[in-house]
Design a protein around this ligand. Sequence first.
Ligand code: ACO
Length: 397
Amino acid sequence: AIDIAKLRDLTGYITFDPGFKNTGVTKSSITYLDGEDGILRYRGYSIEELADKASFLEVAYLLIHEELPTQDQLDAFSADIQSYTQVNQDLLKISDGFPVSSHPMCTIAALVGAMSAFYSTDEAGDDEKSVLRLLAQLPVMATWSYKKSIGEGIVQPDTTVDYCSTFLQMMFAKPGEIYTADAVVSKALNKLLILHADHEQNCSTSTVRLVGSSHANLFASISAGINALWGPLHGGANQEVIEMLEAIKADGGDTDKYIAMAKDKNSGFRLMGFGHRVYKNFDPRAKIIKKAADDVLKALGVNDPVLAIAARLEAAALSDEYFVARKLYPNVDFYSGIIYRALGIPTNMFTVMFAIGRLPGWIAQWKEMRTNKEPIGRPRQIYTGATSRAFVEIAQR
Ligand code: ACO
């Protein structure tokens, strides 16, 4: 137990809030989130409407430039991004130096960090070119590590098609092949990226803002965000969900056994894709994704047995006292992996897809932090070690 009186003597009054469960660190006008009622809005627009009607670049523009673009503004924004898709070839050499077995999150974090070695950044924090380069080049670099993992050469982006179709073309075309992305696949990817585009002060976004608060450049800050996203408790959960569902399937599909394990604190097992720091009734993104998973699988004629296991697991968890009492509901990543898989995206690329989707949000949050001239982030601590000890010479220890 914490001795409050002693603490006060040591540090004065400070807020003790491990995991920042109840600490507001900024004022932001980007994303509105009501965890009790399951509401999510980007700059006031509902996530349901944006996912249904907008393109990913339209949403990226909204997040970064605060307003929905006119057609002319969107055309100019898309053309600007397309004009930056040629990545410096020395970055490709760096990518080639990674082992084939490298997790693509490791590769893209390193490459985005390395971008600051190649491109100048604006100290004042107003780097429009860096923003465009990141939006243009992250998907390109993401496909490099996939191509390498399957022993294929890279594919240059086709800048005549939309953002999602370009990504699919770089992933799935053979070098030199003319490739047209399936419209169903491209539309589904567009929806998934929009649903992931921002989520206020989550772990990776807070990381981007914290790193940027020392006036580290945009590339360095986004690279740190990618690393934060990789963890299984955050973006890495989408990969873990599919692996968990596969393991349940291989184990005979006994979902009750895994529910029991998740409830046993000594098992070390959590139901991946369940629970959220801020949603305590439902995650609105999960609702949209669940429906999209049904639609996509039907449209593509895919019969994925893990979808049935996921539905059974969800139903069992939602009627279980443990999950009800703790308000644990499926989160955005419970069903996203099933869609990614149906679209042909390999499991180890799932979290990379999340990073591509979250990029506009990270950029918008970084810009807001710099524009508002926020101070350097520097949390306090409660020291629990020895107060004062006499140094002991090494020979006497
Ligand atoms: N399975 C089983 N029990 C769980 C789960 C789970 N997935 N999530 C939380 N709990 C339990 C905890 O053991 C704890 O129980 P207790 O009160 O008896 O000790 C209680 O629910 C509260 O959990 P916390 O870990 O304190 O909640 P927190 O807000 O810190 O964590 C988190 C949220 C990290 C998302 C957590 O629910 C989790 O680990 N989920 C699985 C991983 C996952 O899906 N992450 C993706 C999040 S969404 C995203 O990043 C896009």
